[in-house]
Design a protein around this ligand. Structure first.
Ligand code: FES
Length: 120
């Protein structure tokens, strides 16, 4: 996690770290968007260059299932419906439409994937 990403999460008090139960680090395919279960939530995961990124399962634009999309050559997540692109590190909408994909902090412990969910 780099400094910019830490900045994004530093104000998120009350995170609940939960283990992804449907996938492990080893089971995740590199560069493929994968739907996963964590707690009672469904989220998206992307393993790329040794990192795992977690993001909302639904697109912030019109709710399309993000894991039906793909990763482009620059490592961005592409929504399957209108092809808006998002940076998996911080959810920034790199194609310029002004949306933000919600992202979650991730920790890898041995082969387990842990995701910080906001307590509600
Ligand atoms: S629903 Fe994802 S870009 Fe429109």
């Amino acid at each position: 996690m780099n400094i910019e990403d830490k900045e994004q999460y530093k104000n998120r008090i009350g995170l609940s770290w939960q283990k992804v139960t449907s996938e492990t680090y080893a089971s995740l395919q590199e560069n493929k968007l994968t739907e996963a279960v964590v707690g009672e939530k469904v989220i998206g995961l992307l393993k790329r260059e040794g990192n795992v990124f977690a993001f909302a399962a639904k697109c912030p634009h019109a709710g399309a299932p993000m894991c039906d999309g793909w990763m482009d050559a620059a490592g961005r997540i592409v929504c399957p419906l209108h092809k808006y692109r998002f940076d998996p590190k911080n959810g920034r909408n790199t194609s310029g439409e002004g949306y933000k994909l919600y992202t979650y902090p991730v920790e890898i412990k041995d082969d387990e994937i842990w995701v910080g969910l906001v307590l509600s």
